[in-house]
Ligand binder design. Structure first.
Ligand code: 2P0
Length: 324
């Protein structure tokens, strides 16, 4: 009746950018991520026959009606699977600083999927749990596993073959991921809205689809061979292509700020000095810099000297779902 689960955030090296089915959250392309050790969500779900509706507490406070409705919609999927019609109390704590530019929706829905399915007596594991998490937020399906993870887009209309698979465990290859936080006052275009507009209007979208499938294969090969230079080059190209599609959208939009470009420039300078560091950027202005642990101090030092950098969070590969 009651279960608590912990899920970590992930950062995509090959981006998920666009859906072929919005209701089922089916992506147009496969993606690849690293689950991170530092940021996570812990969620407790308790079903109770006395309740007449679901309630949702986020970081100790009752969540808004809108947030609670999203949780209810997700719990409805769990109730459909389990046949258990009871309502639930959901308490979630995000150990993800919003300022760090990591989406808490990945760890949030992964933890909710795990806790709610367990509390309702379902024994979901692996791909079944990943598919359930996907229905809350696409990137959440990757947070079921630790280390390096691929979300295989699948081809079926019902989404039964669209889930994540682990490709390299957490301990197998240590990398440093520095989340560089900058100041931003610009209004955010949510990734859900941004990717939809891009799919529907950007003439560059076909180019993205073609290139990203190739880059995924190269990235997987680089991971297999532990070829950091090849992985770094590939992930940086992939991130830039994703952002290029938004400039072709109608109306056009972009997530970058002047400081975003400044950081990219510093990272390129580091490379010209022989330090292998690469950038990736999600649906916001913050930059994540990826390097090998031996270069972490040097990269950290260089980035912390930039005026527009507010804070740097250093992460490493992290674990998959756990139950408390
Ligand atoms: C990713 N992003 O692969 C990409 C790169 C943002 C840019 O997954 O609509 O919150 O809930 O499925 O998973 C963020 O989008 O979107 C995301 P929905 P989600 O990490």
């Amino acid at each position: 009746m009651k279960a608590t689960a912990k899920a970590h955030t992930n950062i995509a090296l090959i981006k998920y950018w666009g859906k072929r089915n919005e209701e089922l959250i089916l992506p147009t392309n496969s993606s690849l991520s690293i689950t991170l050790d530092r940021f996570y969500t812990e969620t407790t779900v308790e079903f109770n026959e006395q309740l007449t509706s679901d309630s949702f507490y986020l970081n100790g406070e009752q969540a808004s009606e809108k947030e609670t409705l999203k949780v209810t919609k997700f719990l409805n999927l769990v109730r459909e699977l389990s046949g258990d019609t009871r309502h639930a109390t959901v308490s979630s704590t995000n150990h993800v600083p919003t300022a760090a530019g990591f989406a808490s929706s990945a760890s949030g829905y992964a933890a909710l999927a795990a806790a709610a399915s367990k509390a309702s007596g379902l024994q979901l594991e692996g791909e079944e749990l990943s598919k359930l998490a996907r229905r809350g937020s696409g990137s959440a399906c990757r947070s079921i596993y630790g280390g390096f993870v691929e979300w295989q887009k699948g081809t079926k209309d019902d989404g039964s073959d669209s889930y994540a698979v682990p490709i390299l465990e957490q301990e197998a290859w240590d990398l440093s991921i520095l989340s560089v936080m900058i100041e931003s006052k610009q209004k955010k275009i949510l990734s859900r809205e941004g990717m939809k507009r891009t799919v529907e209007t950007s003439p560059f979208y076909d180019g993205w689809l073609k290139a990203t499938e190739e880059e995924l294969q190269i990235a997987k090969k680089a991971i297999e061979k532990r070829d950091f230079e090849l992985l770094g080059e590939t992930l940086e190209k992939n991130a830039f292509k994703m952002h290029a599609t938004t400039l072709g959208a109608d109306p056009p939009f972009f997530y970058w700020q002047p400081a975003t470009l400044e950081i990219i420039d510093y990272v390129q300078q580091l490379r010209s000095q022989g330090v292998l560091a690469y950038v990736t950027i999600d649906a916001g202005p913050n930059v994540k810099v990826i390097c090998e642990p031996k270069d972490e101090q040097k990269v950290y030092q260089t980035l912390s000297e930039i005026d527009s950098v507010k804070e740097i969070f250093v992460c490493h590969p992290g674990p998959g779902i756990s139950y408390l």
